[in-house]
Design a protein around this ligand. Structure first.
Ligand SMILES: [Zn+2]
Length: 290
């Protein structure tokens, strides 16, 4: 599932490619995606902004409406047109070109541009809402917690070190479970929770309220560091993840501990161990994560 860095990497490219474009026509190729998509509300409007609320993207239009999108597990948004002069080769994670085997919606933009929404599993969704309804913890957005301070213009409230400390002090659940609880902290999923805990040298099973204030601070900084690094690398391409130019993210090649079972720890050389915690693969170094 795309996490904060993946969705932010999509947002950054999308903003570059579609802001300023006018929506000419919307082709819905898969009937289930007709639901919530009243085309009349958006055809002819110009894209003025692209925002991200946690994992939900919002394409804001000049007429007061927004198209909100959740990519879920396998959604893709890919742009082709005049704002991307030399597109990189399309990743093999995009099946059969554009439009391809799993293209469900095509936004035809002015000057020959097009935005394709693909989704292999069809868990992703899209709907048109009034921009004014998009507010923190409004009905359209799932209850999201504070967002770590990794982007400057996030519409979600920013997680401060103080708030982070309060969240951890209030629960004896395993620290990794708490990091991934989206109602407490928005955007940290499995990959980056694993890597942040490794960076801070904290065992994922530790009760959250037993961390020292030094560890809390180090973990807070580690979360910011791994998320920023993830955004810089265009996210991590697991499943079908690609960014809007059609290329893959690169973070999966540089994970600190995630996915490295049996490989040597990048800090001490000990073999990385994998356990299941809350149903998710959890990787850690038994030597340096105490
Ligand atoms: Zn180690």
């Amino acid at each position: 599932m795309p996490e904060l860095p993946e969705v932010e990497a999509v947002r950054l490219q999308l903003a570059k490619f579609v802001v300023g474009s006018r929506i000419g026509e919307i082709e819905i190729l898969t009937p289930k995606y007709e639901v919530g998509m009243d085309k009349k509300k958006v055809v002819g409007a110009r894209v003025v902004n692209v925002r991200r609320f946690g994992k939900i993207l919002s394409i804001d239009l000049s007429n007061g409406f927004s198209i909100i999108i959740h990519l879920k597990l396998t959604g893709q948004l890919i742009y082709r047109g005049p704002n991307l002069k030399n597109p990189p080769p399309l990743s093999s994670r995009v099946a059969e070109g554009l439009p391809g085997k799993y293209t469900h919606i095509i936004f035809k933009l002015d000057r020959g541009g097009a935005l394709y929404f693909n989704d292999l599993r069809q868990f992703g969704w899209m709907k048109i809402v009034q921009s004014s309804e998009l507010k923190f913890q409004s009905d359209f957005l799932t209850k999201l917690g504070y967002e770590p301070p990794v982007v400057l213009d996030s519409p979600l409230p920013v997680l401060t070190l103080e708030e982070f400390g309060k969240i951890l002090a209030g629960t004896k659940r395993a620290i990794k479970i708490v990091l991934m609880d989206q109602t407490k902290i928005a955007g940290v999923g499995n990959i980056y929770a694993n890597d942040a805990l490794w960076l801070a040298e904290i065992n994922p099973l530790r009760p959250a309220n037993r961390l020292t204030s030094k560890e809390v601070e180090l973990l807070f900084k580690s979360i910011i560091k791994v998320l920023k690094n993830g955004i810089k690398m265009g996210g991590s391409s697991e499943n079908t993840f690609v960014v809007p130019d059609g290329s893959e993210g690169k973070y999966q090649n540089f994970t600190l501990v995630y996915g490295r079972e049996g490989l040597p720890c990048k800090r001490c050389g000990e073999k990385i161990r994998k356990i299941s915690l809350g149903g998710r693969g959890t990787y850690f170094c038994p030597n340096c994560q105490k």
